[in-house]
Ligand binder design. Structure first.
Ligand SMILES: [Zn+2]
Length: 409
């Protein structure tokens, strides 16, 4: 039996079992194509006590995150999203040259660079040395470390506390949630604000986004569960935004629970009410998810089998982590997708984990002119359809697999 990562309750309820899958970010080098590959179970559980949706920790965080292939700056829309965020936060919380912004998992400085540009002191904390080096090159001071309570104590003792503490898409990847949240409490200045962004588990369930489940994401959050966890450490959620990023995310705002200078906004109660009505605090809503996911797999395969029977060619677009869950779970290999392309030079020349679909530069699509382009990062489908609009010149069309497979002419 496994136990809840937050509250320690025994976990008895499976939300969905996606079978055996390789690590999503373990792209295969050409010389390794004939070697054995490691597959791990990809089974999602839910805790009946705190409703945290979670995976067992099959692989240690050190193994996953110390040489992470993903450089945030490669997605144009994401960098723009962060530029707006930096401007909004500076205005709303009066951040200036006397403030400090600390980001947990600061990646290549995609966010903190905007604060640096505006003259606000920053500190990034990032365990992957290769991406931290890219941040330093942008003038973003970065500590190459895993964040937790011990590091927070060291920094706080030296007076390095956060007026704005940011965690974007990091909470899901934290193996020891309690240690991480205790660290956030410790490093937050008395009137400081925490913002956390994470994919909203309500959207994941409602829109069949099973491919956002992968080994690197240990936890999947509702507002209900995040507020419960933070409250346990003396932190209170006082506002929440719903964002379109990553298929539907939440940005929560939290502060010390005794800092009454910022009242709790009506948005918090309103969303908690909608989560409740959706069923996130009832076991039966989670139990329905397996049937939904299996039907989505059958629909995706129906579409691809139909196209292949008509003799059509299909190429992939993108090599995101989520694509690998979808392809491995559905059993889609080069029998369906001839190849895929990605703008990240780091991934070009490698193959996708498990399925071994080769990754080329985007120009390969222009050379081979496939009838269909299967968009793996469907969360940025509008951006991709615009970038690749020229495939229509040879009659090319797009396939978007989630929430239900559809063709975009
Ligand atoms: Zn729990």
């Amino acid at each position: 039996m496994s136990f809840c990562r937050f509250c320690g309750e025994g976990l008895t309820d499976t939300v969905v079992d996606l079978g055996m899958s390789p690590l999503c970010e373990s792209y295969v080098r050409p010389e390794a194509l004939n070697s054995v590959e490691r597959f791990y179970p990809l089974r999602v559980l839910v805790c009946r006590s705190c409703w945290l949706v979670q995976l067992d920790e099959y692989v240690s965080a050190e193994d996953i995150f110390t040489e992470y292939a993903y450089f945030s700056s490669y997605s144009t829309s994401w960098v723009e999203h962060m530029h707006r965020y930096a401007d909004d936060m500076r205005a709303r919380f009066d951040l200036d040259g006397n403030s400090r912004v600390i980001e947990l998992a600061s990646n290549d400085g995609y966010l903190l660079q905007w604060f640096v540009e505006a003259g606000v002191p920053v500190l990034g904390i990032e365990p992957a040395a290769n991406v931290a080096a890219a941040a330093e090159a942008k003038g973003v001071q970065t500590l190459v470390k895993f964040f937790g309570h011990e590091l927070a104590l060291q920094l706080a003792t030296r007076g390095r506390m956060a007026d704005l503490l940011v965690g974007n898409n990091v909470l899901a990847q934290v193996p020891d949630l309690n240690d991480f949240v205790a660290g956030m409490k410790t490093i937050l200045s008395p009137t400081g604000v925490i913002t956390l962004e994470f994919p909203h588990v309500m959207r994941l369930i409602d829109e069949n986004q099973f491919d956002t489940i992968y080994h690197e994401h240990f936890s999947y959050f509702s507002l209900h569960t995040v507020a419960t966890i933070l409250a346990d450490y003396g932190l209170e959620v006082f506002d929440v935004d719903e964002l379109p990023t990553h298929g539907g995310s939440l940005r929560i705002y939290a502060r010390h629970d005794d800092d009454l200078s910022r009242p709790v906004e009506p948005s918090v109660k309103e969303l908690l009410g909608r989560e409740d009505a959706f069923g996130l605090t009832r076991i039966d809503r989670y139990q329905q998810f397996t049937a939904q996911v299996e039907e989505t797999k059958r629909n995706i395969l129906d579409l691809l089998i139909g196209l292949k029977r008509q003799g059509k060619s299909v190429a992939g677009y993108g090599a995101p982590g989520k694509g690998n869950t979808l392809l491995n779970y559905c059993g889609i290999r080069t029998d369906f997708l001839d190849f895929t392309v990605d703008r990240s030079a780091y991934k070009q020349g490698l193959s996708l984990p498990g399925t071994h679909i080769p990754i080329f530069e985007p120009a390969e699509i222009d050379r081979r002119r496939p009838d269909y382009v299967f968009i793996l990062p469907w969360n940025v489908k509008d951006e991709i359809v615009e970038q690749m609009a020229h495939i229509r010149e040879w009659g090319g069309q797009f396939i978007v697999p989630i929430p239900r497979p559809e063709i975009i002419p």
